[in-house]
Write a protein that binds this ligand. Sequence first.
Ligand code: ASP
Length: 300
Amino acid sequence: MISLIVHGGAWNIPDDTLEAHRTGVAQALQIGWEVLRTGGTSVDAVEQSLRCLEDDGTFDAGCGSHFNAQGVVELDASIMDGKTFRCGAVGAVRRVKNPITLARKIMEDSEHILLVGEGAELFASRNGVPTCDPSALRSPREVKRWESIRATEGFTTKMAFGDHASDTVGVVALDERGNLCAGTSTGGTLNKHPGRIGDSPLIGCGTYCDNAVGGVSTTGWGEGMIKVVMAKTVVDYMDQNGGDAQDAAERGVAHLKRKVDGLGGVIALNVLGTFGVAFNTPRMARAYMSSAMHDPFVAV
Ligand code: ASP
């Protein structure tokens, strides 16, 4: 059994960008699927799918990321290997186009889990992960978006999950050896304070993975996700309910709402390759495929 699930954010995705979201998650799914289909590992599938989403420009990740309150892009990402429990994560990096690759490098080639800011960038340059000028991460669309929300009186980062934007990306994969991996990548919330880190790079909040149970990636208002340790909570629900990924995802989102009035969505994949998706925002971009299906499922 091989299985792959991808998300591209949960918010009120506007009609005129539905096609770009659909195409983006479908393409990332196809890239990861090719890795799994040809016998590759779940870690490779997660990294390759996420790199595709980071490079797409449609999503709040890599080169399409939102600006912080200083008009600068700061990226967060994490990855977790369900077989070994090894994980890697980066926070608030300004000079790395593909933070998921840096997160993987930290997972595989360091004794640490989470590196932030300049220290993470130093690790990148010392370990062969390409760095870039911060201006390479500034998309013209995001310049306009940032200027328009700065003119919105009373704007808070949580409001983005309604009618503004939140396009964090995430992937969970199961390879033919039965190994699971989960990863998440984001530019974080629109107009966030410089140095703010959300749920996405925090293991247990934005990403969690355990070969014995399943893997999860989240998207949504990070401050709420952190308070309920969202990704681990959904994995725990899966552990308790006999591995029902859909039930666990729904319970997770209900818990998020009930406990902290949170907004967002999750993708979940269990060790048997069955999916779960739940969200309480108007829309969520997602796609999945398994060797038990004829065609991929893609929806926004
Ligand atoms: N969870 C991300 C954060 O708070 C944002 C998102 O999912 O769009 O940084």
